[in-house]
Design a protein around this ligand. Sequence first.
Ligand SMILES: [Zn+2]
Length: 235
Amino acid sequence: MNKYLEQIVLLSKIDQEIDSFEPKIENISKALRDCENKISKINAELESIDEEIKDIQNQKIQNNAHIAEFSAKIKELSKKSGSIKTEKEANALKIEEDIAKEQLDAANDEIIRLDKILDNKENFKKELSQQREKEEAELVNIKANIQMQMQDLEKDRMKIYDKKTKLVEQINQKVLCFYEKIRKWAKNTAVVPVRKQACYGCFMKIYDKTYLSVVKGEEIITCPHCGRILYKEQE
Ligand SMILES: [Zn+2]
């Protein structure tokens, strides 16, 4: 194979490898982002539960005030009963007393209901806090893991950059410019193999004459359909 072509094929493979680092890094940090998202979701939920608990506690305070009010009323009515003179008065007092007792019962029932809701909320809050603890422990794990993976990746990346720098120094400037121009639009498929007499960039069939030149590999040949650099893979 022509030396320039050989260099360009190698360079394109190195460039492909360099480009493969970004998705790898993306993948590694995805686990971190997912975990952080989970934690912030739990935090938001906990915040809203705290609001709800506060609201219910306020309702309880109001209800307890009502209970005190109704109890005082009942006491006051029973005191009055000593000074009653007529049956009409007695009946009126009895009705008033019944109403106050009903209100007191309702207020007591409401406290029971609110306590139940409060209990549920507290339980859910506990569950969420446990979940958060678990996720936070996981986050520490992930962070340690990522650091290791990133270090490995960084080492590999340095190696491959080094390889590229050395190769680029040797490549003819014109050839390099030609390659970079194609790479601008074709990205990682700037240099493609010919398989079954077809360009592996655009997948169109290559005419016999061009194909023969590609097989010979004596010069840099581009695909007549798409303009990518073609080469025949060594067996
Ligand atoms: Zn093509």
